[in-house]
Design a protein around this ligand. Structure first.
Ligand SMILES: Nc1nc2c(c(=O)[nH]1)N[C@H]1C(S)=C(S)[C@@H](COP(=O)(O)OP(=O)(O)OC[C@H]3O[C@@H](n4cnc5c(=O)[nH]c(N)nc54)[C@H](O)[C@@H]3O)O[C@H]1N2
Ligand SMILES: Nc1nc2c(c(=O)[nH]1)N[C@H]1C(S)=C(S)[C@@H](COP(=O)(O)OP(=O)(O)OC[C@H]3O[C@@H](n4cnc5c(=O)[nH]c(N)nc54)[C@H](O)[C@@H]3O)O[C@H]1N2
Ligand code: SF4
Ligand SMILES: [Mo]
Length: 747
């Protein structure tokens, strides 16, 4: 069934379904095809989750598929020049060069780095763990530490698993407080919510209100009822002010969570020094506004506080992430309809596995990075430590790198240092679809498939969806001859690492790995389960296992009528599993079986906040911004998205522009110590005075890349300016927001 539909599609006009892989909204799309060519991409009106919504990026699927710069064969670098090669030769080269490094220096000499698209690719999500296990290195890095790891740490400590992130139940909510997120542009993050605009409009139409707290009057602020500027990095003060006010005005009401929460008294004490009147100057929001917001939250039956990347990528990322949940809990909105609720994903969610109600909880800091001593979190080290692990000699130095769907030379602070470090590696392998700023440093590049050529199920984003559902996309088009699926490529690497050689029988290896996992999970039932899964192979088989053993699954016959892969394959627009439902205490995996309201690690970190309370505002600081027709660093080569006005501009408030003599449209230098970039100024009253906004992911003018469209208008790389040594000490997340700069007109 799977095999025949793409082939048929290449013969005649047809329509196929594909979940969009470009952002977390995960919209269901209809792809119209004729003669094997994409003729049109539109929203699938029948999709049970996204109901026809799509954004301009979706059309980029066609451009991406057809992009002449997209890699279609492996490349090997010989004498500094990339040459196309066969898959066999590429694997042989990897075996020849990688294994001796591991034999000599051990697994820790090899680092891995994963980029954002991994979370949008079922193959990479489900098979990378096998590579990690075979490699066994402490030096694992990913885009998580320039993104959401503070939230993972805070929810891990509070609820007991890393991905137990509550999300706004927007369709039943009457009040939304949004901090450091711009879902009108990003389409939602750690909150899978297609058509935020429509849902926000409906909320307001039923009398609800939206308040946005952001240093920029964003596109989301435009559709909200109220917007407040906040000093970048000061959310922790604002949120402590709210917590203080809730206790102070006796507004705390835990409701049905009362018996499931521990640490209330410690929390009250911790917030005592932070009266709204005390923190107002530090965060830039009036005490009366804070008190009013506290009262509104406490007095509205269905309300939610949501924060995203602006609250994570800053020096108090973990504390701010924690306090957002604290405010929801204190006002009775966690795990309540119209508040913040826990999705129940159909497969792969840790909070649906094991004994309901308690568990081992999470631990961080099981080991530390060699050079800076940064703690491990979620099995990873901060990506801002990668360069120093490569360029600092000594025992344990990283000598080789496997980079998968990541572009840290642009996406991580101090890209130039990382680029130089990558050149020092003895061996680097990239799995990527472009020869770009990062993969140009590789010795071997193995191309990934076009999203139209692989099957998809949202392993990650079903875990953050505002409504439970299960959807599956078979490949829209057949893969070109010889091109493996990405899970097959990963298995081939596992075979190499296990010493089975590049020519190993990977189907047999796949069976053996699955058998190993099943023996641990179901013991004597292993053969029966293997037998029942047998019709599926590879990644589909793992998905079938996840679905069938998941909370809606058929439990291999014990719950007849339950979900199986076959069942979702038969529903091209997906299966709706209903709105979120109450999950406390069942979803908890903390050792105490309670919500930990005041984890000691977090209380201890408040010492930094206390010391910082009187810090004067820097004259000028920089923050980031996302753009609708762009996705981090890698969609600037798609003509349909790249066209239009120049977008990599630095937004500057008119008062700052006047005082610094910066002209609208003029060029300016931006400095952070010795680091410097040149930008085009856009004067904008939407900025908070003293704050400049520049998008990230640009800077496509580096030599040795092959992205012709992107190179025409390269933009500048914000991360050249940012300091790789600035991290939230608890999570290791990079500080990307609120970094002091100076600006001057370019003479
Ligand atoms: N200053 C600043 N920096 C930031 C941010 C910020 O807000 N400000 N945001 C951060 C955030 S949230 C994130 S998530 C990171 C992203 O950081 P990265 O993940 O490092 O960056 P991307 O630009 O998403 O790069 C994705 C890479 O995957 C490749 N790719 C795309 N699709 C596929 C595929 O199907 N298979 C394979 N094998 N490769 C593929 C692309 O060619 C590209 O090389 O950037 C971070 N950097
Ligand atoms: N079109 C598009 N969509 C995307 C992406 C993209 O590049 N383009 N990237 C995807 C990725 S990888 C992610 S992680 C998500 C991110 O999703 P969002 O978090 O919604 O993304 P942003 O638009 O960066 O919104 C962050 C907001 O935080 C504000 N901010 C900055 N510093 C602070 C601060 O200190 N405090 C507060 N309160 N606010 C602050 C910024 O002004 C900005 O408006 O978007 C995803 N979706
Ligand atoms: S909102 Fe995101 S998932 Fe939906 S079409 Fe746009 S890029 Fe794709
Ligand atoms: Mo991200």
């Amino acid at each position: 069934m799977e095999q025949s539909s793409p082939q048929q599609a290449s013969q005649q006009a047809s329509t196929a379904h594909r979940i969009c892989p470009f952002c977390e909204a995960a919209c269901g799309l209809e792809v119209e095809l004729s003669q094997g060519q994409v003729t049109r991409v539109r929203g699938d009106q029948a999709d049970v989750f996204s109901a026809g919504f799509l954004c301009p990026k979706a059309v980029g699927l066609k451009d991406l598929h057809e992009d002449g710069d997209r890699l279609r064969t492996p490349l090997i670098k010989r004498n500094g020049v990339f040459e196309p090669t066969s898959w066999d030769e590429a694997y042989a080269e990897i075996e020849r060069r990688l294994l001796p490094i591991i034999e000599r220096d051990g697994g820790n000499a090899v680092a891995t780095v994963l980029g954002n698209p991994v979370s949008h690719k079922m193959s990479l999500m489900l098979y990378f763990p096998k590579l990690a296990k075979a490699l066994s290195t402490h030096n694992m890095f990913s885009a998580s530490s320039v993104d959401q790891v503070p939230k993972m740490l805070s929810v891990g400590l509070m609820y007991g698993s890393w991905l137990s992130v509550p999300v706004p139940d927007i369709e039943r909510s009457d009040f939304l407080l949004i901090l450091g997120a711009n879902p009108m542009v990003s389409n939602g993050s750690l909150w899978t919510v297609p058509d935020f605009r429509g849902k926000a409009k409906a909320l307001r139409a039923r009398g609800g209100r939206i308040v946005v707290v952001d240093p920029r009057r964003t596109e989301t602020a435009e559709v909200a009822d109220q917007h407040h500027f906040i000093r970048p990095g000061a959310d922790v003060f604002f949120l402590l002010g709210l917590v203080h006010a809730l206790f102070d005005e006796q507004l705390v009401k835990l409701g049905r969570l009362a018996g499931h929460v521990t640490g209330l008294e410690q929390l009250r004490e911790a917030a005592l020094p932070y009266a709204p009147e005390t923190v107002a100057a530090r965060c830039g929001i009036a005490a009366t506004t804070m008190r009013e917001l506290a009262r509104t939250l406490a007095g509205t039956e269905r309300a939610a506080v949501y924060g995203r990347i602006g609250t994570c990528t800053q020096q108090y990322g973990t504390l701010a992430s924690w306090l957002i949940d604290v405010v929801n809990i204190l006002t009775g909105h966690l795990d309540q309809e119209g508040g913040m609720m826990f999705p129940k994903a159909a497969a792969f969610a840790a909070n649906t596995r094991g004994k309901p109600g308690s568990g081992r909880g999470v631990t961080s800091g099981r080991y530390r990075s060699r050079v800076s001593g940064a703690p491990e979190v979620v099995g990873e080290l901060p990506i801002t430590c990668l360069a120093e692990e490569i360029d600092t000699p000594g025992p344990g130095q990283v000598k080789a790198l496997i980079a998968i769907a990541g572009n840290p030379v642009l996406s991580a602070p101090n890209g130039p240092r990382l680029a130089a470090a990558l050149e020092q590696l003895e061996f680097m392998l990239s799995m990527d679809i472009y020869l770009n700023e990062t993969s140009r440093h590789a010795d071997v590049i193995l191309p990934g498939v076009s999203p139209l050529e692989d099957a998809h199920y949202d392993v990650t984003f079903t875990q953050f969806s505002h409504r439970n559902h299960a959807r599956y996309s078979p490949p829209v088009l057949a893969r070109s001859a010889g091109q493996p699926d990405e899970w097959e490529t990963l298995l081939r690497l596992v075979a190499i690492l296990k010493g089975q050689g590049a020519n190993a029988d990977i189907a047999a290896l796949d069976d053996a790995l699955l058998r190993e996992d099943l023996e641990k999970a179901v013991g004597p039932l292993t053969d029966t389960v293997m037998g029942m899964l047998a019709p599926q192979r590879g990644v589909q088989r793992l998905l079938d296992l996840g679905l069938r053993s998941g909370p809606y699954g058929d439990q291999f016959g014990r719950a007849p009528g339950g979900l199986t892969l076959a069942k979702i394959q038969a529903a091209p627009s997906g299966i709706d599993l209903g709105p979120m439902t109450q999950r406390i205490p069942e979803a908890l995996r903390t050792p105490s079986g309670q919500i930990e309201l005041a984890p000691q690690l977090l209380l201890d970190d408040l010492a930094r906040v206390a010391a910082d309370l009187a810090a004067p505002a820097a004259d000028l600081v920089i923050i980031g911004r996302r753009q609708l027709r762009s996705n981090n660093s890698w969609m600037h080569n798609l003509p349909v998205l790249a066209k239009g006005a120049y977008r990599c501009t630095a937004l500057v408030h008119p008062d700052d522009a006047a005082r610094l003599q910066l002209a609208d449209g003029g060029q300016a230098t931006v400095r952070n110590g010795a680091r410097q970039i040149e930008v085009q100024v856009e004067v904008s009253a939407d900025m908070m005075p003293g704050v400049v906004s520049l998008p990230h992911g640009w800077g496509h003018n580096l030599p040795g890349t092959q992205m012709g469209v992107a190179a025409e208008r390269p933009g500048v790389n914000l991360n050249v300016l940012l300091d790789e040594n600035l991290r939230d000490p608890l999570s290791g997340n990079a500080v990307l927001s609120g970094v002091p700069i100076t600006m001057a007109p370019l003479q």
